[in-house]
Design a protein around this ligand. Structure first.
Ligand SMILES: [Zn+2]
Length: 326
């Protein structure tokens, strides 16, 4: 049973944050045969992708003992110093052992503190392995509720898998929490309202001026609004506005996915979010149906920069339209 659950979780994980919502039917039907042919989605992984077992591929040194670790899945943030190893996110269940081994080698120790920016399997999937390795896990209250299954996540056709006890955050917070480690004030700040999920947190290293956004921001991509986990498009506008109050001109920004970013990149994302909402709102006010609105391609001016995967503009239009019609 446990293996089966893990496999299902891993399959879901492979696309949790990086593909469009339209990929969900393909993932959902992958485990159940026979199934109707899923709608073609250019960015969707193969029906039964091999689980990712590789550790992060690259280490970007941001100074002050802080690094950005990049590989498949969400970007990790690492702080190493006299007080121990502090880690932001832990990617998948399937590559957790490999990630832990590589971090231990890099940091000369295992993470003592681990914070989840949100519950998704490509960010918090390694919790069990890291918890067993001795990490104390921190997250917002809603992340714990999603991981225990107390609050189900209903999107994407995938059931929420209750996590093992050792994988659960032992310290939860509502608005935020500060760590005082490795010469840094590390400020974990809850997003002002549900955006990517209902439990989003971003993390700011005050002295080093490094900001890990979680999936409140993915570099040059349309966002994934996980409405089945309470996410909202309005929350992205509020969330990125909040990020912009923290980020300065020289802040090194670790996005949830993608390469290192700047405040100017964040500002471009905010302009896109606001512009997209206004463009879809104009269609709603003109009495257009969802189908007509999607067909009108109201996000065309932003898609060259933010439409990394085919159909991601249509998915974003759909989310905004449905939210505005509520
Ligand atoms: Zn995510």
């Amino acid at each position: 049973m446990r293996v089966l659950l893990s496999t299902t979780a891993a399959m879901f994980a492979l696309a949790a944050c990086t593909t469009t919502e339209a990929a969900a039917p393909a993932l959902a039907t992958a485990a159940a045969t026979p199934a109707p042919a899923p709608a073609p989605v250019a960015s969707a992984p193969a029906a039964a992708p091999a689980p990712n077992t590789q550790p992060f591929a690259r280490v970007v040194d941001l100074g002050s003992g802080i690094s950005m670790l990049i590989g498949a899945g969400g970007n990790l943030g690492l702080s190493v110093g006299d007080d121990g190893v502090f880690l932001i996110d832990d990617q998948f269940v399937t590559n957790a052992e490999a990630n832990l081994a590589k971090i231990e080698q890099l940091a000369k120790g295992k993470p003592k503190y681990l914070i989840n920016t949100h519950w998704h399997f490509d960010h918090a999937g390694g919790n069990e392995t890291f918890g067993k390795g001795g990490a104390m896990i921190f997250a917002s209250d809603n992340v714990r509720k999603r991981l225990t299954g107390e609050v189900k996540s209903e999107s994407r056709g995938a059931p929420q898998v209750p996590a093992a006890k050792v994988a659960l955050p032992v310290v939860t917070f509502v608005e935020g929490i500060d760590f005082h480690l490795n010469g840094q004030t590390i400020r974990a700040i809850r997003a002002p309202m549900p955006a990517h999920t209902d439990g989003d947190t971003f993390v700011y290293f005050v002295e080093a001026d490094v900001l890990h956004t979680g999936d409140l921001y993915m570099k040059d991509r349309y966002p994934f609004v996980d409405t089945g986990s309470g996410g909202t498009q309005a929350g992205f506008i509020a969330g990125v506005e909040k990020l912009l109050t923290v980020a300065g001109a020289n802040t090194k920004i670790i996005p949830g996915h993608g390469e290192l970013a700047t405040k100017a990149d964040l500002q471009a994302a905010l302009d896109m979010h606001k512009g997209a909402r206004a463009a879809v709102d104009a269609q709603v006010k003109a009495g257009k149906t969802l189908e007509q609105t999607v067909a009108a391609k109201p996000l065309a001016q932003w898609t060259p920069r933010f439409g990394g995967s085919a159909g991601s503009d249509d998915s974003y239009v759909t989310v905004i339209y449905n939210e505005l019609k509520k």
